[in-house]
Design a protein around this ligand. Structure first.
Ligand code: BTN
Length: 273
């Protein structure tokens, strides 16, 4: 089992002040969403040992066996305007990359919009669920899954060829999940405070313009998508073209084969030759 107190002690004084550990749950995102209704304060983290119905993006499931990986959801109440909400995922993705780079030495990268990648394989993912009222983000649940000690050999066939784990990359199957969780939460907490500086102990509600620029620049360095030919599945069809850049709102600009530039806020990307 994951020891919540160890994590809380290591994070004392930071954004994430309360870590709720669970055995098996349906989905940590659902547990955190339920808490959001009762607790107005932010900085609560729900961590589970396993998930019965771990959720991925686009209605996919997330492989969540017991005792092996990190499944956690962060509850945040930034009070920012809805168009700023992509920055929550951007900060989470950059924070995960920075933390895993420092703790593992691996060249961890991002694949737009929110995949965590090592050596072209998927190491982790983020599923954000944002609640707004009157155009303001009242609460956000940032779900994070990181394959830590799972082996690709025991993963479901449909992800075996495309996924990876820290243990497969590092050749060790006894990586401490608490250490990974602490490292990731420290980085995300510090990026979040830079983006939403505190006024009288509360987030100011507006993403700091200079920090936005800095964060997008860092994202651009980490993203494996930019400059590549892609095929993107969007709600309005398939786009074929070259990924140009991620803009100040987190949107991906793609020069399509017909010459126009399309802006995407979400979608599924694959690389084409
Ligand atoms: C994706 O890449 O499709 C996103 C995967 C997100 C998985 C995490 S695991 C913890 C949290 N709870 C869930 O049910 N999903 C997210």
């Amino acid at each position: 089992m994951i020891r919540g107190e160890t994590i809380e002690r290591a994070l004392a004084g930071g954004l994430f002040r309360r870590v709720i550990t669970c055995g098996e749950v349906d989905s940590t995102n659902s547990v955190a969403r339920g808490l959001g209704v009762k607790h107005s304060g932010e900085g609560i983290v729900v961590v589970a040992d396993s998930q019965r119905r771990g959720k991925g993006r686009h209605g996919r499931s997330w492989h969540s066996p017991p005792g092996e990986n990190v499944y956690m959801s962060l509850l945040l109440t930034p009070g920012c305007e809805a168009p700023d909400s992509p920055f929550l995922v951007i900060a989470a993705a950059v924070g995960i990359c920075e933390a895993l780079r420092k703790s593992s030495g691996l060249e961890v990268r991002i694949k737009w919009p929110n995949d965590i990648i090592v050596n072209t394989r998927k190491l982790g993912g983020i599923l954000a669920e944002v609640q707004t009222m009157g155009g303001i983000v009242t609460s956000a649940v940032i779900g994070i899954g990181i394959n830590v000690n799972s082996s690709t050999r025991t993963m479901p066939p449909e992800i075996r060829e495309t996924a990876t784990s820290l243990s497969d990359e590092l050749g060790s199957n006894s990586i401490e999940r608490e250490e990974i969780i602490v490292a990731v939460l420290r980085e995300i907490g510090s990026l979040y405070h830079r983006l939403f500086p505190r006024t009288a102990g509360r987030p100011s509600g507006e993403a700091d313009p200079e920090e936005r620029v800095w964060l997008i620049r860092r994202w651009t360095e980490l993203d494996i998508t930019l400059g590549r030919r892609i095929s993107a599945v969007t709600s309005s069809g398939i786009i074929l073209g070259t990924a140009l850049r991620v803009d100040e709102n987190g949107m991906l600009h793609v020069r399509t084969d017909s010459g126009s530039v399309e802006k995407m806020s979400t979608g599924d990307i694959s690389y084409v030759e």
